[in-house]
Design a protein around this ligand. Sequence first.
Ligand code: FAD
Length: 404
Amino acid sequence: MMTLQRKCRVLIVGGGAGGISVAARLSRRLAPGEIAIVEPSSDHYYQPLWTLVGAGVVPKELTRRPEADYIPRGVEWIRDRVSELQPAANRVLTENGPSIAYDYLVLAPGMKLDWERVPGLRDALGKNGVCSIYDYEQAQTTWEMIQAFRGGTALFTMPSTPIKCAGAPQKIMYLAEETFRDEGIRDQTHVIGAFGGASIFGVAAFRPTLEKVLARKQIDFRPKHELVAVKAAEKKAVFRVSSEQESHEVEIGYDLLHVVPPQCAPDFVRKSPLATTDGPVPGWAKVDKHTLRSPDFGNVFALGDASSLPTSRTGAAVRKQAPVLVANLLAVMNQAEPSARYDGYASCPVVTSRKTVLMAEFDYEGKPTPSFPLDPTKERRSMYYLKRYGLPFLYWGLMLRGRA
Ligand code: FAD
């Protein structure tokens, strides 16, 4: 028989952007010892700056801080990894410790980067011009490779699966292109964006601006190109190209290859009774898109990248989700109906150069929801400074403290 060695009132899985934001807000409302967070990592990362690490603007160390500094007072930190969810028994299993029973569960474990799904990619990464900003160490390597590049084909990919920050694959492409110009090697360089989606950006209002950026930078944009293999020895990337009628494979040779890996929910979420079963990529923690509460298990909530919320997976979205989740969780704890509503707000600061950002903010309907009284479809220098300095301060100083 299994012994239950731990029990807590609210258990939060994942101490990233979502988990810590929720913990910080909840800790002001519950007694010390009532909340526990399971988080295996000793470090907390501000991933949105990895794009600027890849472009040599900031060192990678600026994006990492000790997790311990952000666990709120009175919250227990369980340094382990959840391996199984058993919502019918109000219990989770962990890799190394005893099972943990809870009254209420908040899921915020982020996404799995599925490098293995592209044969040849894992082995190729970090060598001979193959790089990715989707990893702390590799972001730095990306900048080294962009600097070492002396002309030829620079190839940038994006999968058709949901990914963290759908703008990041094009941001690094624009910044690399700017570097090639600065280095005087743009004439000898063919910049290709081979992306899995049908257009450069999912939200229609911002597309014309980004199509102009592609034209201005003379980037060869190829939609509906899904990376399916990397042949590192031949320096070739293999894509499945699909149209309504058919699909076929093409190979593109590269001298520099920036890859964004396919992404999905973590295995323990995908295999659980809490996972979605529909859609092209199933397995997300299923919650109501307005209340963030599970429709099947009323004591379970989820937010962030691992959730089924049909919006862009960003830290900006998490910032708006956290207060809604906490309000609804407290309501349910007090036997009331959850009444706070999340409208799908997400934001993607699309860095188009080392001086400009297109600040794309939108809701579930794809309607622009600008935070400033300015035309949101314009690239702006002020928004670049917000991305570089303002948003990191907002994240570390306010959001993770439950104050924004
Ligand atoms: P995370 O912050 O990733 O946290 C998940 C946590 O769960 C981690 O700490 C992890 O260690 C933990 N965990 C994982 N597995 C387990 C387990 N089994 N048990 C317990 N804990 C576990 N967002 C923006 O708003 N703007 C941007 O410009 C932007 N740019 C980005 C650029 C890049 C290159 C990347 C990678 C991301 C970017 N994002 C951006 C996205 C943003 O970082 C994420 O959307 C945000 O971090 C999601 O928060 P989360 O809490 O869901 O996941």
